[in-house]
Design a protein around this ligand. Structure first.
Ligand SMILES: [Zn+2]
Length: 304
């Protein structure tokens, strides 16, 4: 059966989802898996990415808190560089954040006004729960705090969050429709994303950020109507790669819908395919790390 994108029933929830943060928090999330002595106590976040090279498989190494902090900052700086390279940034808008592994109500973010292509580990800002910069040089993007503080507060399982005004995500958001299950790739978001069906101007208040976080619920992607995409993940790597994947899925959907009626996969097939990506957290991290190896070799100054 041939279906149109726009007269078929939405295949992902579009209504706000509530009361999910506790249900989605992994064991030890409050301390982010780190014991008081600084060693991680979680069973480990899986295997290192094949892109790292060397013997494989091997587990992700145990890290002290300071090692984990540096790890997250390196991945965060790299994510900004990759977003710049892929054309996902727009002017002064956009932000990617990493929860601090020790001060878990603090997050690392870019300095406002600095192009994504100039982000380094050393020029990231550390921001507390009240929006005060406790490390790094001002200024801070008010919208970055308004949105990301509420996402990190509502979702203890979230380490990374990404939001920019990328071209295809923004175009899809103008339609106010979800990503339809039209390809293997788009199925990774099937019933795992929402449409935030409001637009109330630039997000400058924590109340608006809280509404977005409530609508996001336990999902990994929110399409903010007339605005853009927002992704989250249990690592900076997963959040950043999900953003890239969602942007590409939006591009595919827009191109396909412009070319003709869409053939949507049925619910059973889309659900089955989504289930095959049950290791999505690890696969998203691996996919990001493949890009990380490239960006670090091309732009090694990002690690300074
Ligand atoms: Zn925005």
């Amino acid at each position: 059966m041939t279906l149109s994108t726009h007269n078929s029933a939405p295949t992902a929830p579009t209504a706000p989802v509530t009361g999910t943060s506790d249900a989605t928090a992994p064991r030890g999330a409050a301390s982010d898996g780190a014991a008081p002595d600084g060693r991680r106590t979680s069973p480990g976040p899986g295997l290192v990415a094949p892109a790292e090279g060397g013997q494989w498989p091997r587990p992700v190494p145990v890290r002290t808190v300071s090692e984990e902090r540096l790890h997250r900052k390196r991945k965060l700086a790299a994510a900004y560089r990759i977003f710049a390279k892929f054309g996902l940034a727009e002017g002064l808008s956009g932000h990617i954040t990493a929860r601090d592994p020790e001060l878990t109500d603090h997050f690392w973010v870019n300095r406002f006004g600095l192009d994504f292509s100039r982000i380094t580990v050393s020029n990231l800002l550390l921001v507390n729960a009240k929006g005060k910069i406790v490390a790094g040089q001002p200024p801070l993007n008010t919208a970055a705090f308004a949105i990301h503080s509420q996402i990190h507060a509502a979702r203890p399982d979230v380490v990374g969050a990404a939001h920019t005004h990328s071209p295809y995500g923004r175009a899809l958001s103008a339609l106010g429709v979800p990503l339809h299950p039209i390809s293997q790739d788009s199925c990774t978001f099937y019933q795992q994303h929402v449409v935030y069906d409001e637009y109330n101007g630039v997000v400058l208040s924590e109340d608006e950020g809280r509404k977005i976080a409530t609508t996001l619920g336990p999902h990994k992607l929110a399409i903010l109507r007339n605005h853009g995409l927002l992704t989250v993940g249990p690592s900076v790597e997963a959040a950043a790669y999900r953003y890239i994947a969602a942007e590409r899925a939006a591009r595919t959907q827009l191109i396909a819908a412009a070319a003709g009626p869409l053939r949507l996969l049925d619910h059973e097939t889309a659900s089955f395919t989504a289930g095959q990506a049950a290791q999505s957290d690890q696969w998203d991290r691996w996919a990001f790390d493949a890009l990380y190896e490239i960006i670090v070799s091309e732009q090694p100054d990002l690690l300074t």
